[in-house]
Design a protein around this ligand. Structure first.
Ligand SMILES: [Zn+2]
Length: 314
């Protein structure tokens, strides 16, 4: 026996009335943000801007790409994030996963290959075939560096644009593989080498806090600076330190003097930039920061003002 007709009519009316409400609850009006990734495709070993319109800084927007967080900051009426394609990431398609308070989106990102080339160098044999004590030392130092890279500020400490740490010319570009004493090292060169004589002042390319200033087997005297939101810069083969761990630095402050310490063939500055642990080309990254909106738009939010009061150098 079928239910009385008036019950069916009543049920249909309730459903019709509820459907738009349910749709509204799932997708509030104005919750469809516009997302742009520039440039696209993204070359391995570089970063790209993720521009989001239609969401504000209270939307709780977070991003994830290749297992690495993408941090966002407000700039005018939109949010900007920086996405990093590690130098070893194979070309192909990868999702950028975005989540916010009442929504989520997956955006396809194309990662393109880039030819970085191979260089050949000769170094003393003891620096290739490490003694037991040198090997132990290198492993111990690597652990210290990894631990230091973990202690990074979720707060953005830097302002654009980033500036070159020294005035010298880049003589060995980022991403090259190295044939060392005839043997190819599969790990690519994770920084840019600047040809500068020992004693050249090395300056902070952007505001931050010194994470580590120490002497290491491979990198020699090294300085690591945390710029917040996953950005870390590093300086190797230095002859003297001008900072110590914990020091706040402003863009242009002296960090150290360049030199020829550690495993080197001659005096130069090795300068590296990591974004969420991805190794990216520092020179290309500097160009990218010059495309970001100027500082005026990026001043800390009023609600963050207290937290910013203890910012480095201020
Ligand atoms: Zn180097």
């Amino acid at each position: 026996m079928s239910p009385p007709r008036f019950i069916l009519a009543w049920f249909a009316a309730i459903c019709l009335w509820l459907t738009p409400l349910a749709a509204l609850a799932a997708e509030p009006v104005g919750a469809e943000p516009e997302i742009k990734i520039l440039p696209m495709p993204v070359d391995r070993g570089t970063a790209a801007r993720v521009l989001v319109e239609g969401l504000d800084e209270n939307s709780g927007l977070t991003g994830m790409f290749d297992g690495r967080p993408v941090f966002f900051f407000p700039a005018g009426n939109r949010l900007i994030g920086l996405l990093a394609a590690d130098v070893m990431l194979s070309p192909g398609h990868y999702p950028l996963t975005l989540k916010w308070n009442n929504g989520a989106r997956e955006v396809d990102v194309t990662v393109r290959d880039r030819a970085y080339g191979v260089r050949s160098i000769k170094v003393p044999d003891r620096q290739v075939n490490l003694s037991k004590s040198d090997q132990d030392r290198a492993v111990r130092e690597q652990k210290l560096v990894i631990a230091a890279l973990e202690t990074k500020s979720p707060r953005r400490l830097w302002r654009e644009p980033w500036v070159d740490p020294v005035g010298g010319q880049v003589n060995s570009s980022f991403g090259r593989q190295t044939k060392m004493n005839g043997v190819l090292n599969p790990r690519p060169h994770a920084g840019a080498d600047y040809s500068v004589p020992t004693g050249t002042e090395v300056r902070a390319p952007a505001d931050g806090v010194v994470l580590l200033a120490d002497e290491h087997f491979f990198a020699g005297n090294s300085v690591y600076v945390d710029h917040g939101q996953g950005l870390i810069s590093m300086y190797f083969h230095l002859s003297a330190f001008k900072v110590k761990a914990g020091d706040p630095v402003k863009r242009g402050d002296a960090l150290a003097l360049s030199g020829a310490t550690g495993r080197v063939t001659g005096a130069h500055l090795h300068y590296g930039v990591y974004l969420s642990r991805a190794r990216i080309d520092p020179v290309a990254f500097h160009r990218l920061t010059s495309l970001l909106p100027s500082g005026e738009d990026l001043r800390p939010r009023r609600s963050q003002a207290e937290g910013q009061a203890a910012q480095p150098g201020s």
